[in-house]
Design a protein around this ligand. Structure first.
Ligand code: HEC
Ligand code: HEC
Length: 369
């Protein structure tokens, strides 16, 4: 049986979905398909494609930092986290950092179907973006870490990712680098042992909480009707009316719930059963975290299994598998156009590569075995 909350959530989702699908789809398609070349300027478009303001209230503009009251996000801690995010010496082979699979200059992804870790081993899942991840209700496709602070420790010790042999190894490496001894002391003042695995997670988390982007979508949500073009608005209207937003909602257009992939038509690849691996509840089979759609135009390939190379194909597959709808090419194009308007500007001061502190003679040598 499902726990009570997930049953309630599922019920609420189904009801909302039904409510959305009651709309007359034919009329809808006619409404949204603004003739090409109609030179619809954005304000005209806004008038033509009236979006229900009550629906718009379910989205929120991006914040500059995803803060949490109980965490001290001091500049020293954020800067330490930035160094650690790029630090290959945390890996056994000293050749892989967080940035290897979540390249900040590529919107936090590696562009591969599944990522390559220690000794070129590959995991089973596509690397999601680290941008806005700090705001998700839980981490990983299956939610097996509660927040980015806890999540960061997973890949460092994961044998197919960074493969650090033990927490003590990570502490030893950092203790051997004078720049880090100083950096941890500044980031965790008054702590007798500033260098610990837990504090590595806290520092990386503090940094990840700064990884947000603002886009024209945010301007639009803040009332600038002209921020989106006519085709983009048509796409937004489809997205809200067809029911995509039942799952992709809130500030991140995702990251707030688990949903079954293949809710209507079974997902082609049933190998990875998603959240079931964490809970072992039958009702959790094929449940995956609904991913954020911010910057989705830049984060191909798509889905937990990386099965889709193009955004258009991903949109079509969502229509079929999540909604039981065959989307027409102009609908797919409009939705994809709007999704591309969610691409924000990368924050230069956080994505540029830092100079890492120098090793000492006590720093362990790389081990590629
Ligand atoms: C070898 C590639 C690789 C490396 C190295 C790596 N990651 Fe990941 N990361 C992944 C993959 C793949 C996933 C998805 C795994 C899953 O959901 O089971 C992931 C998931 C995440 C998530 C969850 C995002 C979400 O939407 O749920 C965050 C945050 C993250 N990684 C941050 C980091 C940090 C911080 C580091 C460095 C300490 C790191 N990663 C190192 C590949 C990598
Ligand atoms: C019932 C919930 C639900 C609905 C409705 C839904 N999605 Fe999704 N969406 C998901 C889930 C869950 C995933 C992740 C699936 C996976 O990777 O296995 C996802 C993934 C995506 C992705 C891939 C993102 C990435 O980074 O890999 C895109 C794009 C997307 N959805 C767009 C849409 C669009 C457009 C619609 C409407 C046509 C839609 N979704 C409707 C739940 C939903």
């Amino acid at each position: 049986m499902w726990p009570r909350e997930s049953r309630l959530c599922a019920l609420a989702a189904v009801l909302l979905l039904l409510a959305c699908r009651e709309l007359d789809e034919t009329a809808l398609v006619a409404q949204i398909l603004i003739p090409q070349g109609a030179a619809a300027t954005a304000p005209q478009a806004a008038a033509q494609t009236q979006i229900n303001p009550r629906l718009l209230r379910r989205f929120l503009p991006a914040r500059a930092s995803i803060a949490r009251a109980d965490l001290a996000l001091s500049p020293a801690r954020i800067e330490l986290g930035r160094l650690l995010f790029h630090e290959p010496r945390l890996s056994k082979g000293q050749d892989i950092s967080c940035n290897s699979c979540h390249e900040l200059q590529r919107y936090g992804v590696d562009g591969q179907k599944t990522s390559q870790g220690h000794r070129a081993q590959r995991g089973q899942r596509n690397a999601p973006t680290v941008f806005h991840a700090a705001g998700h209700f839980e981490q990983f496709w299956d939610g097996r870490a509660v927040d980015v602070e806890a999540q960061a420790l997973g890949p460092i010790l994961n044998p197919v990712e960074m493969a650090a042999p033990s927490p003590a190894y990570v502490v030893d490496v950092l203790q051997s680098i004078p720049g880090y001894v100083q950096g941890f002391a500044l980031a965790f003042p008054h702590e007798p042992q500033p260098i610990s695995l837990g504090n590595v997670g806290k520092a990386i988390g503090a940094f990840e909480r700064q990884l947000t982007t603002r886009s024209r979508w945010d301007d639009y949500l803040e009332g600038e009707a002209a921020a989106l073009t006519a085709p983009e608005l048509a796409g937004l209207k489809l997205f809200t009316n067809l029911g995509c937003m039942v799952c992709h909602t809130g500030e991140f257009l995702g990251g707030s719930m688990y949903e079954k992939v293949g809710a209507v038509e079974p997902w082609p690849n049933q190998q990875d059963q998603g959240r079931y691996a964490v809970t072992r509840l039958d009702g959790d089979r094929m449940l995956f975290k609904v991913p954020t759609l911010r910057n989705v135009g830049e984060t191909a390939p798509y889905f937990h299994d990386g099965t889709s190379d193009s955004l258009e194909q991903a949109v079509r597959m969502m229509g079929t598998h999540q909604l039981g709808l065959t989307l027409e090419p102009p609908e797919v194009a409009a939705i994809a156009a709007w999704l591309r308007s969610l691409t924000g500007e990368l924050p230069e001061r956080y994505v540029s590569r830092p100079d890492l502190p120098a090793s000492s003679e006590r720093t362990p040598r790389p081990d590629r075995s």
